[in-house]
Design a protein around this ligand. Structure first.
Ligand code: LR7
Ligand code: MN
Length: 573
C-alpha cells in the first residue's frame, strides 16, 4: 500500500503510529543485538560507556570554560557519533526511550554541555556591518510541550550566553501543559536560580499558538522574539535582528535557521550564501525556496543583506511589541500546531509591514521527521487552522486550497472577529500580496481541467506524492478517495499535468511517469487530453494506461477503457 502517496490526506496521528511502529521494530533489532553479546564483552562495554557518561558530566558548564575543552562531546557544534553496539542494555533502553519520546536523539543531547560551544559561523561580511548602537530591549519567548531537559535548557543558555546583557530583558518560558516529570518541580527549581528567566504554566493544553500569545502577554520588552524549545542561538544572533526593527518597526524578521542534526546534534555550518526564502503551494504547506532572482538583484547580489520572503517558517522570529499588537497577535482560534506562520506572514505583508530574513543572524533548530507529542484525536487541527486562515486572508484565492481538500472545510468555528480585524486595519487584498510579494507562485487560474483523474474501466485514480522527501516520485494508481490531496491534478493551458510546481514527465522508452519541476518547454512534459478521453504524450506517441495488475504504464494508444480517463472538472472551452 503506497502509504507515502497518501501523506497529504492521512490525519497526522496515523502517520505517527506508523513511525512509532517503525521505530519500535528498529529498537527490537538493536536490543537483540545487545542481548547476543557475551557477558564479558558486555561488561567491558558497560565500563566504557560509564566512563563516557562520566566524561560528559565532567564537561565544565560555565560557558567560558566549555570553549577551552574542545574535546567535550558536541563541542564547537561537532557531531556526537554513538556506536549503539557499545551501549549496555540499560543505556540502550534509555536511548530508545529518548528517541521515542522526542523524535530526536535525546541520549546524545544529554551528553552535550548545556553551554556547548559553537563556532562563529558568520561570514566575514557580517562582521563588517555596523549595527545601530541604540537597540531596543528584548523579551525572548520560548514555548514548549514535553521538551527534553537538556534540549530545552541548552536553548535557554544559548540565549543567555550569547545575547548582550543590556539587550536581553527577559526570557519567558511557557509550559503548554507538559506531563514529563522533569518539567515540573525540577524545572521550577532550576529556573529559580537563573536571573532574567521566568516560567509561565498553562492550565490546559493550549497548542503553540495560544501558548505564544500567553508568553507575549506576560512579557514587557519592546521587541518580542519567539523561539522553539529546541534551538541554539549563535554568537551575534541578536543585533542584526533588532537593527532591522529599529529602522522600521513594521519589519518582522527571521534569522537564518541552521540545522541541528536530530541524530548527532551536529550544528550545520552554513553562511549567507545558502539562505533560503519561505514559500508555499496551494496545499498551504510551507516549503523552502531559492531566493527569487528579482530579490537577489534588488540586493545587488550581496548574499549577506536582509532579503524579503513571502512567508516565514514560523518558529523563530522577532517582531516589535507594538506591531504584533496592532496585527492582533495570532488568531486564538488556531489549535495545537500549524498555519499560524502563514497568518502572521500574510498579515505582515497585507497590513503594511515587511517580512525579512536576515542571513547574518544564525539560530540552530532541531528538525525532525515526525511530531512526537499528542495532537488531538477528534479533529484535524491543521485543516481547521488552515481553513480559518483561508477564510480570513485569502479572498477568492481560497478556492485553490479548497480544491485540494475537496471543498470539505469541516467545522472551522467563527472567524467574524478576525475578518473585522482585517477590515479595521484596512489591509490589502490577497491578490495584491500574490502580485507584489510572491509573483513566483503558480496560480492555477486558467486550467483546462482539474481534480481527480478516474479510470473508466476500474474505480482507480492517478495518484502520486510530489514531496521532496519522497524518493519515489512517480505516478501510480490508487483507489479513488475523493479527498483531493495526492489525487489532485491540473491540466494547464500549456498542456502540462501538474500539481503546484511539479509536472508529469515521461522519457520515451522508460517504464514510469515521474514528477519533475515544470519547465514550460513541452517536450517530455506535454500531455494532450483528447476527446476520446485518452491522455496522449506526443513526445513518445503513447497513451497513459492502467495495466491489468494496477500499474500505470505508457502504451500504444488503443480504444480500450483502461486508457480512458475522466477528469473531475473539465473547463467548457
Ligand atoms: O501543542 C503544542 N504546544 C507547544 O507548545 C505543540 C507544540 N508546542 C511547541 C513545541 O514544543 C515547539 O517548541 O511549539 C513549538 C513548535 O513545535 P514543533 O517544534 O513540533 O514544530 P516544527 O518545528 O516542526 O514546526 C514549524 O511549524 C510550526 C507550525 O505551526 C511552528 O510555527 C513551529 O514553530 C515551526 N518551527 C520552525 O519554524 C523552525 C524551523 C522549522 C521549519 C521549516
Ligand atoms: Mn521545532
Amino acid at each position: 500500500v503506497p502509504v507515502e502517496a497518501e501523506k497529504n490526506i492521512v490525519p497526522f496521528q496515523k502517520e505517527d503510529d506508523n513511525q512509532i511502529l517503525k521505530d519500535a521494530t528498529e529498537n527490537e533489532k538493536r536490543k537483540d543485538m545487545s542481548l547476543r553479546l557475551g557477558a564479558d564483552e558486555k561488561y567491558k562495554m558497560e565500563r566504557k560507556a560509564e566512563y563516557r557518561v562520566k566524561a560528559a558530566l565532567m564537561v565544565p558548564v560555565h560557558p567560558d570554560k566549555s570553549h577551552i575543552n574542545p574535546n567535550a562531546p558536541g563541542a564547537m557544534g561537532k557531531p556526537v557519533h554513538l556506536d549503539l553496539n557499545e551501549l549496555s542494555h540499560e543505556e540502550l533502553k534509555k536511548y530508545d526511550e529518548g528517541l521515542m519520546r522526542n523524535a530526536f536523539n535525546q541520549y546524545v543531547s544529554d551528553m552535550i554541555s548545556l553551554h556547548r560551544s559553537l563556532p562563529d559561523i558568520r561570514d566575514p561580511e557580517c562582521k563588517q556591518i555596523e549595527y545601530l548602537k541604540d537597540l531596543p530591549d528584548t523579551s525572548v519567548i520560548i514555548i514548549f510541550h514535553n521538551e527534553a531537559w537538556s534540549v530545552l535548557l541548552r536553548t535557554v543558555h544559548s540565549v543567555l550566553d550569547r545575547s548582550p546583557t543590556q539587550l536581553l530583558k527577559e526570557i519567558i518560558l511557557v509550559d503548554d501543559f507538559s506531563d514529563f516529570d522533569h518539567l515540573k518541580q525540577p524545572l521550577d527549581e532550576y529556573v529559580a536560580r537563573l536571573s532574567k528567566v521566568s516560567l509561565v504554566r498553562l492550565k490546559e493544553r493550549s497548542g503553540l499558538i495560544r501558548a505564544r500569545i500567553a508568553g507575549f502577554d506576560a512579557s514587557t520588552g519592546q521587541v518580542a522574539i519567539f523561539l522553539d524549545s529546541h534551538c541554539e542561538a549563535t554568537e551575534g544572533w541578536l543585533e542584526p535582528l533588532l537593527d532591522r526593527i529599529v529602522r522600521n518597526d513594521t519589519t518582522v524578521v527571521v534569522p537564518d535557521i541552521n540545522i541541528i542534526a536530530e541524530d548527532t546534534f551536529e550544528f550545520e555550518l552554513r553562511g549567507c550564501k545558502y539562505s533560503q526564502a519561505g514559500g508555499f503551494d496551494w496545499n498551504l504547506e510551507f516549503n523552502w525556496l531559492d531566493i527569487p532572482e528579482a530579490e537577489r538583484k534588488r540586493r545587488a547580489y550581496n548574499d549577506c543583506l536582509p532579503f524579503r520572503t513571502p512567508v516565514m517558517a514560523g518558529g523563530l522570529f522577532a517582531i516589535s511589541r507594538k506591531f504584533f499588537e496592532k496585527l492582533g497577535k495570532y488568531d486564538p482560534g488556531f489549535d495545537i500546531w500549524g498555519g499560524e506562520n502563514f497568518e502572521l506572514s500574510f498579515k505582515t505583508w497585507m497590513c503594511g509591514g515587511t517580512l525579512e530574513s536576515v542571513p547574518c543572524s544564525h539560530v540552530g533548530h532541531i528538525f525532525r521527521q515526525r511530531s512526537p507529542y499528542n495532537w488531538r484525536g477528534d479533529i484535524d487541527v491543521l485543516k481547521r487552522n488552515t481553513v480559518r486562515l483561508a477564510e480570513v486572508w485569502m479572498d477568492e484565492f481560497k478556492e485553490y486550497y479548497y480544491d485540494r481538500i475537496n471543498h470539505d472545510l469541516g467545522d472551522y468555528g467563527d472567524v467574524s472577529d478576525r475578518k473585522a480585524l482585517r477590515d479595521n486595519l484596512q489591509c490589502k487584498s490577497f491578490r495584491w500580496y500574490l502580485n507584489n510579494v510572491y509573483p513566483e507562485l503558480f496560480i492555477p487560474s486558467e486550467s483546462k481541467a482539474s481534480g481527480e483523474i478516474r479510470n473508466k474501466a476500474k474505480p482507480m485514480c492517478l495518484d502520486g506524492s510530489i514531496e521532496a522527501n519522497n524518493l519515489n516520485r512517480l505516478l501510480i494508481s490508487y483507489p479513488c478517495h475523493g479527498y483531493g490531496g495526492n489525487q489532485y491534478w491540473l491540466l494547464s493551458t500549456e498542456n502540462e499535468i501538474r500539481r503546484d510546481s511539479k509536472c508529469w514527465d515521461y522519457v520515451s522508452g522508460s517504464a514510469k511517469i515521474k514528477f519533475f519541476s515544470c519547465h514550460g518547454q513541452r517536450g517530455n512534459q506535454e500531455w494532450i487530453y483528447r476527446d476520446d478521453d485518452t491522455i496522449y504524450h506526443p513526445g513518445s506517441r503513447r497513451c497513459v494506461e492502467l495495466s491489468r495488475n494496477g500499474r500505470i504504464m505508457m502504451n500504444e494508444c488503443n480504444t480500450h477503457d483502461l486508457q480512458k480517463w475522466f477528469w473531475k472538472r473539465v473547463s467548457a472551452n
